[in-house]
Ligand binder design. Structure first.
Ligand code: FAD
Length: 493
């Protein structure tokens, strides 16, 4: 402790006095809620005693303040991180610039470290904070702790960003350089704790008043240790089947690491090097290329800050979307009467997650069969996914709608019946999430409206009573969507 004594809050009648610890460095945890392979934390630990902080910032995030399901995840992830930090995590809520000003007024802070975030709003905020802290004589250093390549690094020879995934990944990323190798947990991490100014994790009130978050519990082990367990499980049970098996929603062949990655409980660098160390085969290559899709989403967001709200292909601006709350609510609640769609929406509601194949099916159905604007899907996913991620979510919705970079052509409309028959051939996924039709034979499981009356009766299913009749005719709505698309093309020609 130094002998330095400063005064604080001079406008108050009571003057507070603090004994300052010299040379504190702050590590600002954001989307890097881990100790392993945390480059900014390693740098901070080399400099002195570390004050580890987390700030819940809803002030700068605007429409992209963290959604309800992600808030639940964050609560448990912060608890886990705090335990790993020996209970020293200082938590705050509000505008980070104001919070930093309060912290530096009380503590002798010499430097602040963080791993970069890439949401447009956080990049603007961070630049302002950096300039402000620098002006107060405090060093600020940021590093890359969440991407394999910086989004500004990967460009075509002419200096423009890639618009198509394969050349982005193969000619851009893979030719640029090897990703940074993972780092160990910093040795001898010494902590400093802000006892006076910070809040407890419970005080920032991330959990809902009504405990609906409890339903997520069986699905996840949230936090860094849980991420490592999940990764190990994937290496044992999924990776060797990944390339083909990743399309089968009832099988354990995907990693389910997306929320752990989003919150930075595990780094993509660790995933990359760990799987590469297991050999060289099509499954490993394919898994790494999916990490590449994540990089591609971040590249799109970086180069198009409007990605969450504006069509990348402007011709879609005049698309004749319908507004229909009844159809939208049927989709959100898994009551469309189209089993593969409803199973996906119910998986989402129950677990905060949906398998990638099914995300594409429910997205196509919403946009193309129900003719609802992709923004509605993006917003619902934002609130209900535990892995809601501004880059991945926006880029993926634009991809499904056909208006994004390297997007699925608008005329490719998923048939949810055929998709179910192909990717859930035994009907396990649909039966798990729609128990009321589980007795139907496989032949009619994905299209119960086509089942003869006696089959429905033998299966104990009354359509329109136990399970809805379809809210839309798949064939007619498909044709209407194609017609709307044609008219769009004529508009712009
Ligand atoms: P795995 O197959 O095990 O893949 C490993 C990791 O690679 C994933 O965790 C993810 O980080 C990344 N990845 C895989 N597929 C994609 C992809 N298509 N695009 C970008 N990254 C990918 N992913 C999110 O992380 N957050 C979102 O908010 C999100 N919204 C989506 C919305 C729609 C409409 C669609 C079609 C996809 C969305 N995705 C989103 C992408 C993808 O569905 C999920 O990343 C994937 O399902 C997560 O499951 P997993 O971890 O088992 O993936």
């Amino acid at each position: 402790f130094s002998k330095n004594i400063i005064s604080f809050k001079p406008n108050k009648i009571i003057w507070c006095f603090f004994i300052m610890t010299k040379n504190i460095v702050i590590h600002w945890f954001r989307k890097d809620l881990r100790l392993l392979d945390n480059p900014a934390l390693v740098l901070a630990a080399e400099q002195g005693k570390v004050l580890p902080i987390y700030i819940l910032d809803n002030d700068n995030a605007g429409d992209h303040a963290i959604g309800a399901a992600s808030r639940c995840w964050l609560h448990h992830s912060l608890k886990s991180l705090n335990a790993s930090l020996g209970g020293n995590l200082a938590v705050y809520k509000g505008n980070p610039l104001d919070i930093f000003k309060k912290i530096i007024a009380i503590h002798d802070v010499k430097a602040v470290y963080w791993n970069r975030c890439y949401e447009p709003w956080s990049m603007v905020r961070d630049q302002i904070i950096k300039e402000d802290l620098n002006a107060s004589g405090i060093k600020v250093q940021s590093t890359n702790g969440s991407l394999l390549w910086e989004p500004w690094e990967i460009k075509k020879d002419d200096g423009t960003p890639y618009k198509v995934f394969t050349p982005f990944y193969r000619n851009g990323c893979l030719q640029e350089r090897f990703p940074r190798e993972p780092l160990p947990v910093p040795a001898n991490l010494e902590y400093y704790k802000d006892i006076d100014g910070s809040l407890s994790i419970d005080q920032i009130k991330l959990l809902p008043d009504v405990g609906w978050d409890k339903k997520f519990e069986p699905f996840w082990t949230i936090g860094e240790a849980g991420a490592q367990l999940r990764f190990q499980h994937f290496k044992d049970k999924g990776l060797s089947q990944y390339k083909d098996g990743r399309n089968l929603p009832s099988k354990p062949y995907v990693s389910r690491l997306s929320a752990h990655l989003h919150f930075g409980e595990i780094s993509p660098n660790q995933l990359w090097y760990d799987v590469k160390s297991l050999g060289d085969d099509k499954n490993i290559d394919h898994f790494c290329s999916e990490l590449g899709w994540r990089e591609f989403s971040y590249s799109q967001l970086y180069h198009n800050p409007d990605l969450p709200t504006k069509n990348l292909q402007k011709k879609f601006d005049t698309f004749p979307w319908l507004e229909d709350q009844i159809l939208l609510n049927a989709w959100k609640t898994g009551q469309t009467g189209v089993p593969m769609v409803d199973a996906g929406m119910r998986e989402l509601w129950q677990s905060g997650y949906m398998h990638n194949r099914v995300r594409m099916i429910v997205g196509s159905f919403l946009i193309k069969n129900l003719c609802q604007h992709w923004h509605h899907g993006e917003r619902w996913f934002w609130d209900t996914l535990v892995d809601a991620d501004l880059a991945n979510n926006s880029a993926s919705w634009q991809w499904v709608a056909g208006c994004g970079a390297d997007a699925a052509p608008y005329f490719r409309i998923f048939n949810p019946v055929k998709q179910g028959q192909k990717f859930d051939p035994e009907g396990k996924y649909v039966r798990q999430f729609i128990p009321e039709i589980s007795s139907l034979p496989d032949k009619y499981l994905f299209n119960p409206w086509e089942a003869p009356e006696h089959i429905l009766k033998d299966s104990g299913v009354k359509l329109g009573v136990d399970y809805p009749k379809p809210v839309i005719n798949l064939k007619d709505s498909r044709n209407a969507a194609l017609e709307a698309f044609q008219s769009l093309k004529q508009d712009i020609s």
